[in-house]
Write a protein that binds this ligand. Structure first.
Ligand code: F3S
Length: 374
């Protein structure tokens, strides 16, 4: 891989140990994927923030890096943490968990990451332009950025995104290249999709395949696009196309598959394991302020937990009946079992999948409308 003189110097350690380690990692990654060079990125989205997912080893790694003077060279937002950073005690999170979580947060902030704690950076100011190269790690935002915004990113790991934040660079391969962004198979959607949960079910079903799906017969709005992106990211898909909706879309390509009523029902049957739930958790990916107001308009008959970015707080400051707004975290990366929760209601297939498989919770997967009226 070709390196500039400046990049060579970083690799020799002239900018310090942290930058050297980051460069070693990006060069190794670039060589694995046969990238010809490194390119500059406009922004980074860093994952690996909750102590529930990175554990003590991750915490030690981040503190060590911060102590070596690592600093972000480019705008870098970060994923949800494992707790609401201000109200964790009141919400009932364990002190032992919270203390470690707060150390992780301090390490990231010491490295100059922006304290965003959200998986929807594009809703709170980290909004890349069409064609811009970025290095994002959160899968739902990767799919959204590539497909809906037309920005260019591979799905980075927590460590490679961190290295990109410290250098402002990423290897030039994969979805940064025009030729890899074309549709590779077509999905004829025969089922009528009536809710964000249905779009999420579609994404979950197609996430079992690889490539760039081109969807036909659907016309999602912003929230459905967000839901579809998150569910596609459960598998290996990092970009999709919808003619007339996404900025990059070609004509039908490759194999054709159908998504009809049977397939839709199959997803609901697979993801549902509970009728009664202890908490209704909305916000995978994180809710926009408008989505929280939408929940309010549905007049929920029981309490709904809405997960969102703290930056939205000024927009939703008033107390809303039956809605508990939780910032900085989400239903998947927070230890809900510590709060006595064993079954959750979610309208996101991604949340349904991970709540069941990571957190070992029972799940009801349904539309927002049905959940809040149950
Ligand atoms: Fe975001 Fe958590 Fe879902 S990070 S995409 S709300 S699993």
């Amino acid at each position: 891989m070709h390196l500039t003189k400046g990049e060579e110097k970083i690799l020799q350690g002239e900018d310090g140990e942290a930058a050297q380690k980051a460069m070693e990692l990006l060069v190794a990654l670039g060589e694995i994927y046969r990238a010809e060079k490194l390119i500059d990125v406009a922004s980074v989205q860093v994952s690996g923030v909750s102590h529930a997912t990175i554990g003590d080893a991750g915490l030690d790694f981040l503190e060590d890096l911060a102590s070596k003077g690592a600093k972000a060279r480019v705008s870098a937002t970060i994923n949800p943490a494992g707790i609401d950073l201000e109200r964790w005690k009141k919400l009932g999170f364990k002190e032992s968990f919270a203390r470690k979580q707060l150390r992780i947060v301090r390490a990231y902030e010491a490295m100059g990451m922006l304290p965003s704690y959200t998986c929807t950076p594009y809703l709170i100011g980290n909004l890349p332009r069409f064609g811009e190269h970025i290095a994002w790690a959160e899968s739902s935002s990767v799919v959204f950025a590539n497909s809906v915004l037309g920005a260019r990113t591979n799905r980075e790991s927590a460590v490679s995104a961190l290295a990109s934040a410290l250098l402002g660079k990423t290897p030039y391969y994969g979805l940064h290249l025009e030729e890899n962004r074309k549709g590779t198979f077509t999905v004829e959607v025969e089922a009528e999709l009536r809710s964000e949960a249905d779009y999420s079910a579609l994404g979950y079903y197609v996430s079992n395949y690889e490539g760039v799906p081109l969807f036909k017969n659907i016309s999602p709005g912003a929230e459905e696009l967000k839901a579809l992106s998150a569910a596609l990211g459960v598998g290996k898909i990092n970009m999709f196309q919808i003619p007339g909706i996404t900025p990059e879309s070609g004509s039908e390509k490759g194999e054709k598959m159908e998504f009809g009523r049977d397939e839709l029902r199959e997803v609901y049957e697979k993801l549902n394991s509970a009728d009664e739930v202890d908490a209704i958790c909305i916000g995978c990916p994180h809710c926009s302020a408008a989505e929280i107001l939408k929940i309010e308009q549905l007049k929920p008959e029981r309490e709904v937990w809405a997960f969102t970015a703290r930056k939205n707080k000024p927009l939703i400051e008033k107390r809303i009946k039956n809605i508990k707004v939780i910032y900085d975290t989400c239903m998947v990366v927070s230890p809900l079992r510590d709060l006595g929760i064993e079954a959750v209601g979610v309208n996101s297939a991604k949340a349904a999948f991970y709540c069941a498989n990571l957190s070992k919770l029972r799940v009801r997967f349904d539309s927002l409308k049905n959940l809040v009226k149950s």
